[in-house]
Design a protein around this ligand. Structure first.
Ligand code: PLP
Length: 448
């Protein structure tokens, strides 16, 4: 008992937690072990982790084969910089090319933020070396999240995340998100002509085509409240980028590696992005690793003979051999266990069970793609005004008290976190899904 108390005291004394507001009685979960979809804290309480950590433990916890792959590599060759090369990185890059179904050169780094920073620098330098040095702007969407570093945060479209850190990097411009429940052009789903993608094209034009280096987007906005737009949106965006000469960067940091029921989210529309960034699910969160996949012909412009034509960008740890070996094992497991297909079918089950909640007066909208779900809670279904933040927090606390961890996200520009988020490991079973949905339904019904 003393040991547990001392762990909480030391945590309070020594750890600066991500995102948390501090109060004297704040008590974090100190997780000690994890297996499958469950995590267990130092007091022996087990929780179904319906957020896969931070949307990343796609293959589930407790995979000793992943630990073995990393340990084997660490004993054999623990480190060498990626200015040279090693076999785990080569094998993983080859495997990623299979998964991407295109010809891509892979630049490794350590986090989603870094993968996006890398993409922005590649895009700017590409245009510069392609004779279009005026192209420097990056267009993204409000409500998007692209990372915490200065460039990635500049691309992020959530004001609360930037407040007090501004001014950030220059040349980052935002446009409207495809938020169908609060359609930016006031259409109904029945008469949707995907005009929000048209507005993105207009934004490129309004900024002047010849100044725009890239458009970055997630295939489906996740952390901004799980926005699942109509099919056709990504195709329209791809067309607009091609027409204007801007590169299309797909941020697959959350949507990649099966989260939405396809290997990568952009594959729902069969588009071919110029650059694809990935992290989180690449190792299922077991070790830090990220990648920026760049179309081969873009890479070719970096082979010029001028002194500064190469990509002058280095990081010490990107492509760490143990992380690459583990990531390769992770992708093999996903293939062997058909986890991508599983995400699709279990996601459909999840929606089937949850959609009855649409008759509840405070459940405004339920959005789902694979094992990614957002439940938008409202005070009033006519005005669609967000549910009181206190009640949203009570629902999450209630789920926790019944042993299920879920998340909340939303329109943080406006200060609303009224979308419950569910993104469990892709290994979740039917019984575990039943437990998860029973708890979420019970908690909404109890609080509202
Ligand atoms: N892009 C998206 C869509 C994300 O959700 C995140 C993190 O949640 C990032 C980028 C940044 O990744 P990281 O936290 O690994 O830097």
């Amino acid at each position: 008992m003393d040991q547990i108390k001392s762990a909480f005291d030391k945590d309070r004394n020594y750890i600066w937690h991500a995102m948390n507001r501090y109060s004297p009685d704040s008590k974090p979960l100190i997780i000690e072990r994890a297996d499958g979809v469950f995590v267990e804290d130092i007091e022996g309480v087990r929780y179904l982790d319906a957020m896969s950590g931070l949307w990343c433990v796609n293959s589930g916890y407790g995979r000793t084969e992943f630990a073995d792959a990393a340990a084997e590599q660490l004993s054999k060759m623990a480190y060498f910089p990626m200015s040279q090369s090693h076999m785990p990185a080569i094998k993983l890059a080859e495997k990623l090319n299979d998964w991407l179904e295109g010809e891509y050169i892979i630049f490794f780094s350590n986090s989603g933020s870094e993968a996006n920073e890398t993409a922005f620098k590649i895009a700017r330098q590409y245009h510069e070396q392609n004779g279009q040095s005026g192209r420097f702007k990056v267009i993204s969407r409000y409500r998007s999240y692209h990372g915490n570093t200065m460039g990635a945060l500049s691309a992020t479209g959530q004001a609360q995340r930037k407040y007090k850190y501004e001014p950030l990097a220059a040349g980052f411009v935002h446009t409207v998100p495809p938020d169908c429940y609060h359609c930016p052009v006031n259409n109904n789903p029945e008469n949707c002509n995907i005009e929000c993608a048209g507005l993105l094209e207009k934004t490129i034009n309004w900024e002047m085509n010849e100044t725009v280096a890239a458009v970055i987007m997630e295939p489906y906005i996740t952390g901004g409240g799980v926005l699942i737009q109509q099919d056709g949106y990504l195709k329209k965006v791809e067309k607009a980028c091609k027409k204007s000469g801007a590169l299309l960067i797909m941020d697959e940091v959350i949507c990649g590696f099966g989260r939405t029921g396809k290997k990568f989210g952009f594959m729902h529309e069969g588009i071919s992005p110029d650059i694809i960034t990935m992290a989180k699910g690449i190792t299922s969160g077991y070790l830090p690793l990220a990648a920026t996949a760049v179309r081969k012909d873009i890479f070719d412009t970096f082979k010029g003979s001028e002194e500064y034509d190469h990509f002058r960008h280095v990081n010490t740890f990107g492509g760490n051999p143990a992380a690459c070996a583990l990531a390769l094992r992770n992708l093999e497991v996903m293939e062997d266990e058909r986890l991508i297909e599983r995400s699709k079918s279990m996601g459909e089950q999840l929606l089937d069970i949850m959609k009855e909640m649409l008759s509840h007066s405070n459940v405004g909208d339920i959005r789902q793609k694979g094992l990614l779900m957002g439940i938008e809670l409202v005070e009033d279904k006519i005005t669609r005004e967000p549910l009181n933040a206190g009640k949203v927090n009570q629902i999450i606390a209630s789920c926790k008290s019944f042993g299920v961890l879920i998340g909340k996200n939303g329109d943080t520009v406006a200060g609303f976190n009224n979308v419950l988020t569910i993104a469990p490991p892709l290994t979740i079973s039917t019984n575990q899904l039943q437990l998860l949905t029973d708890v979420v339904k019970k908690s909404i019904n109890e609080v509202c």
